[in-house]
Design a binder for this molecule. Structure first.
Ligand SMILES: [Zn+2]
Length: 122
């Protein structure tokens, strides 16, 4: 199985393609699919990371760097350390392509709203 170079992961905030994409095998396999960590950087909003463990990710994390610690973002005055995905919202009720970009999208109906985002490095 060759390593993927492209990721369905986009910036959770502005939706643009990420630069410096890194896809790292996590060393486990489920149903013939290698588990992977996907990370990439938005020039405006920083690094984001998530794990594909044979299904689309449930959450996308803002991080200080690939494999680094979670970074706090502030949305509507509340600290946010992760973004729930559409896949998490549908709760695995149907089989999907684990790389389906629609499943990797942030479910903003469960978030206060991207217009309230305040970037923070703390
Ligand atoms: Zn962005």
């Amino acid at each position: 199985m060759s390593a993927r170079r492209r990721t369905p992961l986009v910036c959770p905030i502005c939706g643009t393609d990420l630069a410096n994409v890194r896809i790292t095998p996590l060393g486990q396999v489920t149903a013939g699919l290698q588990w992977e960590m996907h990370a990439g950087r938005c020039s405006e909003h920083g690094w984001f990371q998530t794990e594909m463990i044979s299904k689309p990710p449930r959450e996308i994390f803002p991080v200080s760097r690939p494999g680094g610690v979670a970074r706090k973002m502030s949305i509507g005055g509340r600290p946010v350390y992760s973004f729930p995905t559409v896949w998490d919202s549908i709760g695995g009720r149907r089989p999907v392509d684990p790389y389906d970009p629609e499943m990797w999208a942030v479910d903003w109906e469960r978030m206060p709203g991207r217009e309230d985002i305040v970037l923070s490095n703390t």
